[in-house]
Structures are given as C-alpha cells and as structure tokens.
Design a protein around this ligand. Structure first.
Ligand code: CU
Length: 273
C-alpha cells in the first residue's frame, strides 16, 4: 500500500512545507485541504486522510479504465453478438473479497487512530469547556481560572483579527503539554471543534465528554461550534493561544481567581510577557 500512496504523499508534503512558514493555520478563502496540523492527533488524521485518498484514487482509476475498456471492446460494431452467460463464480468471489480486504486495510489504521485520540491517561492539566447559546465558557479547574468567550463583533475587530473567528476572551494553553479537555453544555448540544488540533467533540447538557490535545507549537488556533445549536450557531467561535510554559505560568498568575467574564484575560503577546 505504501507504494500506492507514495505519489500522493510527495505532492501533499510539498504543500505542507510551503504552509509551515505560518505560525498557526486558519481558514483561508478557497482553501481545499485541511489546516496545517499542530497536534499529534491532527498529524495522524492528515496521514490517514492521505492514505485513504490514495486508495480512493487507485479504485477510481481502476473503475474508469475498466469502464473505458468495456465501452470500447463491447461496442455493437466490434461485438455484434453479445454473450448470453450471466454468472461467473471466480469473478464474483473476487469482486466481493477485494473490497472487503480494502475496507479491512482502512479499518485497522482508523481504529488505531480513534483509540489514540479518545482520551489520555496522563494529562498534565485539564480544561473544562461549557457550551451555551451562544458562547463558550472555560474553566481551568486546577488553576481556579474561569471566563466566558464571546465572538468579537465585526465592527469591533482589531487589525489582524479574523471575522467570525476572533473572541473577546480566549483560551491560553502551554505548548508540549498534554491537556485533558472535558466538554459539557448548559442548554442544547454544541460541538467544540478546532481543525488544526484535530479536535471535534460534542458538548451535551448533563454529560461530560473527554478528549485531549497536545499543541506542537505556539500560535493562535481558531475553531467553531460544529453542532447546529440555534440561531447564533455560526457566531460562537473558539480561539486558542498556545504559548511557552513560562508564558503560560505568567498568564495564569495574572488571572483573577474563580471569577467569570468580568475582567477577561488579555492576549499574552499583547501583554508583552
Ligand atoms: Cu453551538
């Protein structure tokens, strides 16, 4: 299989090198490929996607070549008297077995990845995420920090802040740190999703879901609610600033303990730590 996917890997890794100059990725106009990976989960998702796309292309090419051959070879002018047989046991075994083998070959890496991204035993810290109509609130239970994060309205955007993605308060997380993420909601079902970190997890009222993230490099990462949750579903984005462990500690010490949105955190970069 590795020989089959090699051309695809070569093409896409060239794209990856070009994109890696930006610190953190975000949605772009006319973007078609996934955002640049910034966590082990997303690196594996990207790799699996390339593998499966390779398999799809091989199957697609095979079917089209076969179809072309049949159109040509059995055209009425070349084959005026059609054969009358309707069964061919070896052929039927082959076209049943081959797809099964292909699906099994896809299933193994898929399940391996599903279990890897499910949850972690050894988290260094916890971030609790609560979905509301229509904003997110965040708790760092061990550090006793809590705040709400609302979308920045278009008229209030500062230069460089992306429309519909920037939030007034935002999550700050240290890089190279395994963070347990727990999600819940206080009204309807939401979904907390950050593409470049490979996280998409539903937030249910009355239930705690868990996943984890480990961010590779500093930068600002954006996400959106991904479960239709009402009229302002499209206006409850997610903004994460990943910083060094030292900057994170400095940010934490500047946070008011156990208060909600009143005095929100400022961006670490702006505060000049
Ligand atoms: Cu929502």
């Amino acid at each position: 299989m590795s020989r089959i996917v090699l051309p695809a890997v070569t093409v896409f890794s060239a794209v990856g090198i070009a994109a890696s100059q930006a610190l953190a990725d975000q949605p772009k106009a006319w973007g078609v490929w996934m955002q640049e990976a910034a966590s082990p989960t997303m690196h594996q998702i990207t790799a699996l996607n390339i593998e499966v796309t390779g398999i799809i292309l091989v199957v697609l090419a095979f079917v089209f070549v076969l179809l072309g051959y049949v159109c040509f070879r059995f055209h009425a002018s070349r084959n005026p008297v059609p054969a009358r047989w309707t069964h061919n046991t070896p052929l039927e075994v082959a076209w049943t077995l081959l797809p099964v083998l292909i699906l099994v070959a896809i299933a193994f890496p898929s399940f391996r990845l599903l279990y890897a991204m499910d949850r972690t035993k050894d988290a260094d810290m916890t971030l609790k995420v609560t979905g509301h109509q229509w904003y997110w609130s965040y708790d760092y239970p061990d550090q006793k920090v809590s705040f709400d994060a609302n979308m920045v309205q278009e008229s209030d955007l500062k230069p460089g802040e992306p429309r519909l993605l920037a939030t007034d308060n935002h999550i700050v997380l240290p890089v190279d740190t395994t963070v347990r993420i727990q999600t819940t909601a206080d009204d309807v079902i939401h979904s907390w999703s950050v593409p470049s970190l490979g996280v998409k997890i539903d937030a249910f009222p009355g239930r705690l879901n868990e996943t984890w993230v480990r961010i590779d490099k500093p930068g600002i990462y954006f996400g959106q609610c991904s479960q239709l949750c009402g009229i302002n579903h499209g206006f409850m984005p997610i903004e994460i600033e990943a910083v060094s462990k030292e900057q994170f500690a400095a940010w934490l010490s500047g946070q008011p303990k156990q208060t909600s949105s009143a005095a929100g955190p400022s961006r670490v970069a702006e505060a000049g730590h």
